[in-house]
Design a protein around this ligand. Structure first.
Ligand code: DC
Length: 239
């Protein structure tokens, strides 16, 4: 543990909880957003929202309904009847879709690609924009995603853009999927990451890009705690 972590005592946690900021963390897959966002939120006594999980949730529902990925009317009707919510239970923070726990299926490699495809559809983005803004009503939240600082919360007090080299991101993602026995090689994981980066960065609506006022952090050579410590130093300036 570094000295800045040790210095971050419970008084500071209370101070941040009282101020209740909206913090956004955007960046490509494998940059470490999920791990870092979760720890940062924990440190601050804030809620944590993984918005990629919501896009994956829509993808799981679309797959279950047998929808064609280009069927915009079908996706619209699906969203109209979709209740996605995070619930904290004995298993930890879980994602539910109309009462079914979909925390595990959203991580299937097939869903990873489908989520990227359907995230370019205006009906899906509109549906999740409303849901995400609703989740910010009780402030004191860390939102991680692709367009949090640019589109969903342009007024957020603190915005980060987290990146890392493509090789390191592929290695990290491979380490994550390995225990799930998907059989994917590092090269395949890297190819998928690259395709997703291209999809997510080049789509017309809310592409992956840093907000003009985002603080850029490159996690290639940093540990998880190194990134969290750096973020806490920035967050402290807004209190
Ligand atoms: O962060 P992730 O890999 O779980 O995200 C899955 C997909 O969802 C990603 O390829 C792009 C999309 N996404 C998005 O378009 N906007 C967000 N705010 C979050 C994710």
């Amino acid at each position: 543990m570094t000295s800045s972590t040790l210095l971050f005592n419970s008084n500071q946690k209370n101070k941040h909880a009282a101020k209740r900021l909206v913090i956004t963390i955007d960046g490509p897959g494998g940059a470490g957003k999920t791990t870092v966002s979760r720890i940062l939120a924990e440190r601050l006594g804030y809620q944590y929202v993984d918005t990629g999980a919501l896009y994956r949730g829509v993808a799981v529902a679309a797959r279950s309904a047998g929808l064609n990925r280009d069927d915009e009317a079908g996706l619209g009707a699906l969203c109209d009847n979709l209740d996605l919510r995070f619930i904290n239970n004995e298993k930890g923070l879980r994602l539910f879709s109309n009462c079914s726990d979909i925390t595990d299926p959203i991580r299937d490699p097939e869903i990873t690609m489908l989520a990227s495809t359907i995230s370019a559809k205006p009906v899906v983005r509109k549906f999740l924009l409303v849901l995400q803004r609703d989740m910010a009503k009780t402030k004191g939240v860390v939102f991680e995603g692709r367009d949090m600082g640019t589109v969903v919360f342009p007024e957020a007090e603190v915005k980060f853009f987290l990146n890392a080299s493509q090789k390191v991101r592929a290695l990290r993602r491979h380490r994550e999927v390995e225990p799930k026995k998907t059989g994917q090689t590092i090269e395949e994981v890297e190819r998928d990451l690259q395709r997703r980066d291209e999809n997510d960065s080049n789509r017309r609506l809310a592409p992956l890009k840093p907000a003009e006022d985002a603080i850029h952090i490159d996690s290639t050579h940093l540990s998880v705690m190194g990134v969290v410590d750096l973020m806490l130093l920035h967050v402290d300036k807004f209190i």
